[in-house]
Ligand binder design. Sequence first.
Ligand code: SF4
Ligand code: SF4
Length: 285
Amino acid sequence: MPSIKSKKYIAKPSDSREWIIIQSKSGLAVDTELSIIDYHFDCQPKLVEVNGEKIYCSQLCCYAGCYVSEKKIKKVEEILPKIKPLLQKDSIDLLEKVNDQIIVPEDYDKEEKLYKTRTAPEEWEFSDEDEEEDEEEDTNESESLENDTKDDDVNEDEDHELPQNHCIFLTDKGLCALHQHYNDEGINWVKEKFNICVCFPLDIRPQDKTLAFMDDFDSFMFLDVDCMSKDEDKKIKLGMPQIIDSMKYAIVNRYNLEWWEALSAFSKDYRAGKIDLDEIYKEFE
Ligand code: SF4
Ligand code: SF4
């Protein structure tokens, strides 16, 4: 099988040219989506101006709650008395009404075996109509993004509808109460926080040995924000790092440092044009 070898990695063909298997020296091989290799991203929650008002950008990504495993739900239920004082009043009121149940039982993802956390002041509801509208907006957005060179987080000339709900764990300072709690207690939040919230927008699956973007990650935000801009040049101008560097903590935690170093070395070679995909995939075409 054709492969490219260097001191730090071996790169081998995957099932499609959009992916590559990167193997570290000690043999850990992870099937990696190529598009993450040159994508700038950094999560730095900050105030952004929308409709002339300053809001925390986390309101635009933590609006619908998140899908979490039963194991993590149990762990959070145990520490809920410590978390509650950090929450917004509407989250505390809601939890009181539902006997401190942090998830919506009927919102269960059978395929992934995950439940969704609640949102306050009431449950976030999706409808088919919303999805149709979203699709229409996505088409319009991608058309308008081609001409959008503004440096603002969101287009300030337009009025935007803002999410009315938020994950129950989002604090009034735009931070995640769980993240804050783990930091305050000196606990490693990368291990403890909900998987999706640690890894977003990456989908890191050690059980399958894969590393990719989450499905539709770039249309998930309520409004356009810099961290998810489709304009890579704009993000470079803003000094945003490559995603594999800013999210090193998550990749190292889910795999290991040696594999991250293999990924990093491959990525540098790939961006420098030193990787010949035709050579790697020659037997597949
Ligand atoms: S992912 Fe982006 S929008 Fe969400 S908190 Fe981080 S920087 Fe803000
Ligand atoms: S648990 Fe925290 S990071 Fe995850 S959606 Fe809720 S507020 Fe955001």
